[in-house]
Design a protein around this ligand. Structure first.
Ligand code: UT7
Length: 334
């Protein structure tokens, strides 16, 4: 009980950090691995290169590095963290949770720790979850991490998916502040009828790991790209508009849209439907990092702040979409 039940209103991002592994895998490298071309990848996805974690580097190793940057940025010590939520689909182990591994690395001995799995929407879902704990007065300080080692879940023989994903981590520290609006509003949605379109079918309780699941490569990500594409455009656009409308805002009030970075054509279509352009309103880094699932938004936000594209006081809107399906939007004053 950080604040003895005192109800807080404004929850802000008070620190942010990110980490990208050193190794860069270019489209030219992929041309040597599967039947693809740089031209196909760039025109169909916008991705030029992505980062790949070292063999001995796990989601918690990357997440801890991002977390330490966020703590330094916030001027907060690890002992001050009351809760760690890690959004990931590439956990270190099935259990214990990745947040516990990060807790140990950074020495956040007073935190309660759990993971949240909402695929590429995970970061927004986790920030909103942490916000509710702070608003209710249950905790004072939360660390939310989006960390993914997607290279460990990628079928490097499947050209339809292996060109899309990358590894990395981003983290934010959340606290209640007297000034500024912080997180203005959030929408989170899901449709469990569409689980099969984007999933890892093997390795869970439905289809436990066996020789058969491994032979059939069921432990890797499977995606019906085309169908996911259509749902992603519609869901991210609809939710973004719903969130703007219910807060009496228009896209003109938003300084920067930070979307889940899956495909440049998805983002182009959303920008056009919103009556804007990517150049004007969207921050894009997928060309350099690919799709990092739950790490995409916090890594992009950190980069956008560092390069001056997002400034203090700006209203930023996150729009996300991922497996489940899960999707959502969040408006934050930075
Ligand atoms: O992060 C969660 C959300 N994820 C997303 O939002 C991803 C959504 N989907 C997509 O981004 C796109 O659907 C992809 C990039 C995955 C695929 O693009 P597409 O325009 O939907 O291509 P497609 O799957 O319809 O494939 C078109 C053609 C096919 O060949 P045929 O059947 O027309 O002869 C594929 O076999 O492109 C072929 N193809 C490739 N060719 C060269 C698929 N992957 C590759 C490749 N290189 N890497």
């Amino acid at each position: 009980m950080g604040q003895a039940g005192k109800v807080m209103k404004n929850v802000s991002i008070v620190g942010i950090g990110s980490y990208l592994p050193e190794h860069i895998l270019t489209n030219a490298d992929l041309e040597k691995m599967v039947d693809t071309t740089n031209e196909w990848i760039v025109t169909r996805t916008g991705i030029k290169e992505r980062r790949i974690a070292a063999e001995n580097e796990s989601a918690s190793d990357m997440g801890a590095k991002a977390a330490l940057c966020a703590l330094t940025n916030a001027g907060i010590s690890p002992e001050q963290i009351d809760m760690i939520i890690v959004a990931t689909i590439s956990k270190d182990m099935v259990f214990p949770n990745t947040a516990c591994f990060i807790q140990k690395i950074i020495g956040a001995k007073n935190a309660s720790c759990f993971d949240l799995e909402a695929a590429c929407s995970g970061f927004v879902f986790a920030v909103e979850t942490a916000r509710q704990y702070i608003v209710s007065g249950t905790i004072k300080t939360a660390l939310v991490v989006g960390s993914e080692k997607l290279s460990s879940l990628t079928d490097w023989e499947d050209r339809g998916t292996c060109v899309l994903f990358g590894d990395g981590a981003g983290a934010v520290v959340l606290q209640s502040k007297e000034t500024g609006r912080g997180i203005v509003d959030t929408i989170m949605k899901s449709d469990g009828n569409l689980t099969d379109l984007l999933c890892i079918p093997g390795g869970g309780s439905r289809c436990p790991t066996s020789l058969k699941t491994i032979e059939q490569r069921m432990h890797f990500m499977k995606m019906s790209g085309n169908q996911v594409f259509k749902h992603a455009v519609r869901c991210m656009y609809d939710t973004g508009v719903e969130l703007l409308d219910r807060n009496g805002l228009t896209i003109k009030d938003i300084a920067c849209v930070i979307p889940h970075q899956a495909n440049i054509r998805i983002l182009d279509a959303i920008a056009e439907k919103l009556g804007t352009t990517m150049e004007e309103k969207f921050f894009i880094n997928l060309d350099k990092v690919g799709n990092m699932s739950s790490a995409s938004v916090p890594v992009a936000l950190d980069e956008a702040i560092k390069c001056g594209r997002v400034k203090k006081g700006d209203l930023v809107m996150f729009v996300v979409f991922g497996g489940g399906f899960t999707w959502g939007a969040m408006i934050v004053e930075i």
